[in-house]
Design a protein around this ligand. Structure first.
Ligand SMILES: N[C@@H](CCC[C@H](N)C(=O)O)C(=O)O
Length: 328
């Protein structure tokens, strides 16, 4: 089969985008992995399929496949911005707000005059079952007591960061985000969990942005154990559907640095849902303001969240690299 595609990226997170709005495009796992292969294929973190509207009130179907595993997944933030850019540039719509349906949710894509795209990513959930995360037999970390015993690096970890913030008088209750006014019981499930990673206890926040994230605080993303711990956390037995492993460095209340070892793709230059997950976990922990710039290795994303059931907004670039055809 000859397949036409467009290679795109958002903050360096790269995609093979396929227009399946006019013809049915059926790709099996082998073909998807071949497209994602950087040596024998085109090379991409994810393969994105744009399909006709699956429901009234929705403009397009948006399907996401991890380039490494070929698995279909629930959500991709950077990809969503590229889908908006693609359908606008190809004249498939002229709407200012484009509504797409992924495997997990319906999200709205807003094209900005400066070429960037702002996405309503929906509300996050901290509920372990939503990822899913098997928390059976685990007690959440008591963050009020500071770093738990067994933490090898007390500069890192949620409890250390929260204790340091409290010591600076930057108390959790004084967070600029009001988590009480609009929070529902589901939102209230925020907790820091001790995860045994090869005999070492790592503090993680579990966040669902439609897809699953385990976020840990590190002292410095440049020296964070992304390559060694990332694959272990990704496939940890407590995450039966695997997980995206985020490593966040809190620089200041409005700025974080982030690396993500993505499920089914390995470390990418940026992860949109990972940026949302890290930012909202930091906001919910009282460490971050409601608007945060996220520095990924491939570019900058801005994340905004008002707390509770409010949606998370993600803003960033969406860039076409080249068009091509491949026999697959
Ligand atoms: N790159 C993405 C996330 C893609 C899916 C992820 N690897 C998963 O398996 O959930 C983003 O920008 O959000």
């Amino acid at each position: 089969m000859r397949l036409r595609f467009t290679k795109m990226h958002g903050a360096g997170n790269d995609f093979v985008v396929v227009d399946a709005t006019r013809a049915n495009v059926g790709l099996d796992r082998t073909q998807l992995r071949a497209l994602g292969d950087r040596r024998y294929g085109i090379g991409a973190d994810q393969i994105l399929l744009i399909e006709p509207s699956p429901a009234s009130g929705v403009d397009f179907g948006y399907r996401i496949f991890n380039g490494g595993s070929g698995d279909e997944v629930e959500q991709c933030g950077n990809g969503a911005r590229c889908v908006a850019r693609y359908v606008l540039d190809h004249g498939l719509t002229d709407r200012g707000v484009i509504r797409v349906q992924t495997m997990s949710s319906v999200i709205d894509l807003h094209a900005l005059p400066d070429g960037r795209v702002r996405v309503d990513m929906g509300a996050p959930s901290f509920e372990p079952a939503r990822l899913p995360f098997d928390a059976s037999g685990l007690l959440p970390v008591d963050v009020a007591s500071g770093p738990g015993a067994g933490l090898a690096d007390v500069r890192a970890g949620w409890s250390a960061a929260m204790a340091a913030a409290a010591a600076r008088g930057n108390r959790i209750a004084a967070s600029a985000v009001d988590f009480t006014a609009s929070a529902t019981p589901a939102d209230d499930a925020f907790a820091i969990w001790p995860l045994n990673v090869q005999g070492r206890i790592v503090e993680i926040a579990t966040v669902s942005m439609g897809n699953p994230h385990a976020v840990q605080v590190v002292a410095d993303v440049d020296t964070a154990p992304v390559a060694s711990q990332g694959p272990v956390i990704e496939a940890h037995a407590r995450f039966p559907r695997h997980v995206n492993a985020g490593f966040v460095q809190i620089v200041e209340r409005g700025r974080i640095r982030l690396r993500v070892y993505e499920r089914g793709a390995g470390e990418t230059l940026a992860c949109g849902t990972g940026a949302c997950a890290a930012a909202v976990a930091g906001m919910r922990a009282g460490l971050l303001d409601p608007r945060v710039d996220v520095e990924a290795r491939g570019g900058l994303l801005t994340i905004e969240w008002a707390g509770g059931n409010a949606p998370v907004w993600m803003t960033g670039d969406a860039t076409r690299v080249f068009d091509g055809e491949i026999d697959i």
